[in-house]
Design a binder for this molecule. Structure first.
Ligand SMILES: Nc1ncnc2c1ncn2[C@@H]1O[C@H](COP(=O)(O)OP(=O)(O)OP(=O)(O)O)[C@@H](O)[C@H]1O
Ligand SMILES: [Mg+2]
Length: 308
């Protein structure tokens, strides 16, 4: 649905994006993660046909940005990171204005506007002035606006930025719902964990370079090949740590914050003998848990160019 080949945008010596190769399949919910200035907005603006790349190819739904920009605009909904709303306009008028711009006419127009308002849970603000909406509501209105023409592909530039935790969760719920409706979605964020559990694919970009672009589970694998366990016993940890260290399953142990961090040897998946080793030597287990590698850790590891 979205494909880029060596896509590059240079501003003088600065490469905002550098030889970017992205591929999104139909129905993907793709989390585009990167720190400030890494090239997320640049990528989205190029895909939305609002910005010309310096070189490289990009296509959306099979349409090239060079030859078929009009077709692309019909099939995408692009929500920029900052968008203005107009004073003295009610929510429903705002949507109808954009629906008219999409040439949605007659009775269908009001019906579609009401439908998208319901979808983003703003039905109750239908007759409120847009300037009276909170930031979270404005973001949802922005989302409603890009849904009017029922686009196949959504490009959402940091839809959750500046929102409180509850509003962030609502946006995530909305993204999941849109995915169920069959849309292909590219959504950017600085914050990896925010998107981790809803996306099936993530790309991590830093200084214009795509560090990884893969299924969430593959990204995890790339970051860590070895399993980590957190173990604690009642009383002194040191003797238990020494005991674990002797096991062939274990590569190394470390004492951290009153517990033992156990790194298993490469390829070891079954560690069910380890608790027995401890218990048979008289230790009482207080904690025995596989460390869940979260995407935050993955992100930090990857952007430093290291793999644990
Ligand atoms: N018009 C421009 N002229 C010069 N440099 C630009 C221009 N637009 C963007 N850049 C540079 O390109 C780089 C990428 O910017 P971009 O806006 O794509 O980053 P981003 O990942 O969206 O960042 P943020 O998280 O802050 O939104 C930055 O270094 C930025 O300064
Ligand atoms: Mg940006």
């Amino acid at each position: 649905m979205i494909k880029t080949q060596d896509l590059t945008k240079a501003y003088g010596n600065l490469h905002a994006i550098n030889n970017l190769n992205l591929e999104l399949a139909e129905g993907d919910l793709f989390g585009y993660i990167g720190p400030n200035g890494s090239g997320k907005t640049t990528t989205m603006r190029i895909l939305a046909t609002l910005l010309q790349p310096t070189w490289g190819e990009a296509s959306v739904c099979g349409y090239s940005i060079y030859t078929r920009p009009k077709d692309i605009r019909r099939v995408i909904g692009y929500m920029p990171d900052f968008f203005g709303v107009y004073d003295d306009m009610k929510v429903i008028e705002y949507l109808e204005f954009f629906a008219a711009a999409y040439r949605i006419k007659g009775p269908a127009r009001r019906k579609i506007c009401d439908e998208v308002l319901e979808l983003v849970d703003l039905g109750y603000k239908r007759d409120a002035f847009v300037t009276s909406l909170s930031r979270g509501m404005t973001q949802r209105l922005g989302l409603a606006r890009v849904l009017l023409h029922d686009p196949k592909v959504l490009l959402l530039d940091e839809p959750a930025s500046g929102l409180d935790p509850r509003a962030r969760i609502e946006i995530r719920g909305l993204l999941k719902e849109l995915r169920k409706m069959g849309k292909t979605i590219m959504v950017s964020s600085h914050i990896l964990p925010e998107l981790a559990d809803i996306c099936n694919k993530v790309g991590i970009i830093e200084r214009g370079e795509l560090l990884v672009c893969a299924n969430v589970s593959d990204v995890m694998k790339q970051v860590r090949q070895r399993t980590l366990l957190n173990v604690a016993v009642v009383g002194e940890q040191e003797p238990a740590a020494r005991l674990l260290e002797q096991s062939t399953l274990v590569e190394k142990v470390e004492l951290i914050d009153g517990h033992i961090a156990v790194t298993l040897a490469e390829g070891v998946i079954d560690y069910s003998d380890l608790p027995t080793v401890l218990i048979e030597s008289g230790h009482k287990l207080r904690l025995f848990k596989e460390d869940e590698l979260n995407l935050e850790t993955a992100f930090m590891a990857l952007t430093k160019g290291i793999t644990a």
